[in-house]
Design a protein around this ligand. Structure first.
Ligand code: CUA
Length: 166
């Protein structure tokens, strides 16, 4: 079989790129310990209330220190449980002051969901059996829509919430 010179060059280039990228992934995963946010801690998806952070009273926004907040969220088809307002209605909007540091802790009761705060760097996959965590500094004022960006069923497009930075 005769291979044209340029064909050989591109085969070598392709294989070398593959090896290079695999080495980079291996270095990041095994030496640097880089993992998806959802693989930090496990949880029983049938009983998320057993975990302190996901008890009904602990859902939603909590100020843990000056300018530092934690938001606990339970995702399920097709809804984000952000806790309750004082009047007993379900919370739809998380309000934090500009410049605050917010740790989002999200878990799922059923299937894989997404948790993206559009317009910020918060973007996680939420898997049942795992707790996804991501901390971010809310640098800009505005209303940011929380969207589920993993197709989770017929009501996928109904899953949303709002983060308001004032
Ligand atoms: Cu939840 Cu898509």
């Amino acid at each position: 079989m005769h291979l044209h010179k340029y064909e050989k060059v591109w085969i070598v280039f392709g294989l070398a790129s593959l090896v290079l990228f695999l080495l980079i992934i291996g270095f990041a995963a095994f030496w640097k310990g880089t993992h998806p946010q959802s693989h930090i801690e496990t949880i029983d998806p049938q009983n998320v209330e057993a975990h302190e952070s996901f008890q009904p009273d602990h859902l939603g926004l909590t100020e843990v220190a000056d300018g530092k907040y934690v938001v606990n969220i339970v995702a399920s088809a097709f809804h984000y449980d952000l806790g309750k307002e004082e009047d007993g209605t379900a919370t739809k909007t998380i309000r934090v002051p500009k410049g605050s540091t917010v740790l989002f802790q999200v878990t799922s009761k059923d299937v894989v969901h997404g948790f993206q705060v559009a317009g910020t760097n918060v973007n996680m996959m939420v898997e049942p059996g795992h707790i996804s965590r991501f901390e971010s500094v809310m640098k800009n004022n505005g209303e940011f829509t929380v969207v589920c960006n993993e197709y989770c069923g017929i009501g996928h497009h109904l899953m949303f919430g709002t983060v308001e930075v004032y």
